[in-house]
Design a protein around this ligand. Structure first.
Ligand code: F6R
Length: 609
């Protein structure tokens, strides 16, 4: 939600800021802006619409000069997308500019406080309050003024701040919203994520909550909220710039779907040695594992869907009760948590606000937190008792794909690891799952070869108004993800149902030509799946079935279209089955002319409630 970038160096800032914003645009894309200091004055340019509109307006940055600046790409929260509500927001003297990701919860009171002192506001944003408040406290020292403001604002925020009277520096602030600092030779950066700066530097500092950083050409000094200097370590980002580029694909989403075999290799192979799961630097002792009485899996969106699959698999492997709860619900529940409760938090970004809040609530109740996270150094990773990274590399498309499959693989590895400690899975089954996990990347490659078939099927169904996904058990969990993928990028109404629920109401929606995607990979329940297919067919539905190769012949008798996946352990079928559903959503959205990587109203990394 919103991307921010800041640069201080010896080169022209505006083109560098625009390039950084282009890489952050997936975080929000309803307006964009930059503010650059030219040594004396603050030059601000902002525009409603995609970044392209701003870039054209300032001739790709050539029209604005100066070597210090901040930029923003917005996902509107306070105030509709418009030129005036776009960031940077500027104080009334025009000297202080602020870019912000997050929400200032007490902005209305602060606005009243300032208006009572004669301050006029131009925008409807909460961010303008920050700019005006800094100016209110400013007495020739920006750092002091910012520190005073931080003690008055509430909410979640990462901020980039410049002041025309102190033209050689940028200030960065972070609380509950992602922000990293880039350390260079003769330049410094702030950014919402690494993709914006990786082209310039791999050396980064992760800011902690409440910290303030002063960035100049000569380096970065970080302070705590009482302005005491803080020593930070520099971490090195180990992925290549091409990981964050399209590399010849039309969309990031397709590229990321195709990257799944490699992402799975990276997530699985280093963690299996001599037929056994090895989790290095794992923070849970064998003694703790033996005392786990209850597991919660907490996450949002697709990560929650991974948790749904995880529930079935962990319960099967461990015989410990597992509840999967949406993070946005968990934080307001009264969950029964003891010191023997393990909370598994799943998040690609590691910054989702609801997930973060749920993590803190669970920690406060005494639970142990294990997170499965993609973004290294993210807030969720840092606040957990132990982390398992998915190592999927940067995921840029708003709709997640490779993060889903790697989260699932890591959760299965975790299940095996625990099962070995607890002795709950017979050795033969343990080895079958291990061998199946090792085969998963190459089988995923095989599945992705079905692209042309899926493209054809998409051409048959792309103009449907409503598409249902049905399945039981693991297939239901997979159907939820297939349905989410489809609706978020194609805008087709879609719902996923546990097949057994059809007769309890939903079947009344089936009419001639309704498309039902029947997920039927869980062979133990194949006959039941077939009965449901027959039921919806007899009410006029078209059925597209996803099943395993050995069941294809049976399914073909009834389904209008069929997609198959190769044989694997039953627990791992969602890992293979998800790929065709991702491709189906992708091609349907493509045929409908949708903006696949940046679907309407959405943004990656939901850092507001
Ligand atoms: C859907 C999607 C979202 C995320 C959700 C959680 O394609 O990407 O549903 O899964 O916003 O995000 P993370 O995993 O970053 O916490």
């Amino acid at each position: 939600m919103c991307g921010i970038v800041g640069f201080v160096g010896r080169e022209e800032a505006a083109p560098i800021l625009l390039d950084g914003l282009a890489r952050l645009e997936y975080r929000g894309y309803d307006s964009a802006g930059v503010a650059v200091l030219d040594g004396q004055k603050l030059r601000v340019a902002k525009a409603k619409g995609r970044l392209r509109v701003l870039a054209d307006m300032i001739q790709n940055g050539r029209a604005i000069h100066g070597t210090v600046g901040i930029g923003h790409t917005r996902w509107a929260t306070h105030g509709a997308p418009s030129d005036v509500n776009a960031h940077p927001q500027v104080s009334r003297s025009g000297k202080i500019a602020v870019v912000h990701n997050g929400i200032i919860e007490n902005y209305a009171q602060l606005k009243e406080f300032l208006m009572a002192r004669g301050v006029d506001f131009a925008s409807e944003t909460d961010t303008e309050v920050v700019a005006q408040l800094i100016e209110h406290f400013y007495q020739g020292n920006l750092l002091d003024a910012v520190a005073k403001v931080l003690h008055r604002i509430e909410g979640a925020y990462s901020l980039g701040i410049v002041c025309a009277d102190e033209p050689d520096q940028l200030i960065a602030v972070r609380k509950d919203s992602p922000l990293i600092l880039g350390v260079g030779d003769g330049f410094s950066f702030l950014a919402s994520d690494v993709t914006a700066i990786i082209k310039h530097t791999r050396d980064v500092m992760y800011m902690d909550d409440g910290e303030i950083a002063v960035l100049t050409c000569d380096g970065i000094q970080v302070y705590d909220s009482f302005l005491q200097p803080v020593e930070k370590t520099i971490a090195r980002v180990d992925w290549e710039i091409d990981a964050a580029e399209k590399g010849g694909y039309e969309h990031f989403m397709l590229k990321e779907i195709m990257e799944q075999p490699d992402a799975l290799r990276k997530a699985i192979f280093p963690r299996i040695r001599d037929g056994e799961v090895v989790l290095e630097d794992f923070g849970l002792t064998d003694e703790y594992i033996r005392q786990i009485e209850k597991i919660f899996i907490v996450a949002c969106g697709s990560s929650y869907h991974v948790g749904m699959v995880g529930k079935y698999n962990l319960e099967q492997m461990l015989r410990i009760p597992v509840d999967v709860v949406l993070a946005s619900e968990f934080r307001y529940m009264d969950p029964i948590v003891t010191e023997h409760t393990l909370v598994i938090v799943i998040s690609q970004s590691g910054e989702t606000l609801d997930t973060m809040a749920a993590l803190r609530a669970a920690k406060g109740l005494g639970a142990t937190i294990l997170s499965i996270v993609n973004v290294v150094g993210s807030s969720i990773a840092r606040e957990s008792d132990t982390v398992l990274y998915t190592w999927a590399g940067p995921e840029i498309a708003v709709a997640t794909t490779k993060a889903y499959s790697t989260q699932l693989a890591v959760l299965d590895l975790l299940g095996l690891y625990f099962a070995r400690k607890l002795g709950t899975l017979p050795e033969e089954r343990y080895q079958t799952v291990i061998q199946s996990l090792l085969l998963l990347p190459s089988q995923m490659e095989q599945v992705l070869e079905c692209q042309a078939n899926i493209q054809y099927l998409a051409s048959q169904y792309f103009n449907h108004d409503s598409i249902f996904f049905i399945g039981r058990n693991l297939d239901y969990a997979l159907g939820l993800e297939g349905s989410l993928k489809l609706k978020e990028i194609s805008y087709i109404h879609s719902e996923a149902y546990a097949s057994g629920e059809l007769k309890h109401g939903t079947i009344s929606l089936i009419e001639d030509g309704t498309l039902v995607v029947a997920v039927a990979t869980y062979n133990r329940l194949f006959d039941k799946a077939m009965s449901n297919v027959v039921e919806v067919k007899s009410r006029g539905a078209d059925v597209l079935a996803l099943t395993t190769e050995d069941k294809a012949a049976d399914m073909e008798k009834y389904a209008n279209g069929i997609i198959t996946i190769p044989e694997t352990d039953e627990m791992l079928r969602p890992s293979l089955g998800v790929a065709p559903l991702q491709l189906l959503a992708y091609y349907i959205a493509l045929m409908r002319g949708c903006d696949i990587d940046k679907p309407r109203n959405l943004a990656k990394s939901v850092t507001v409630e």
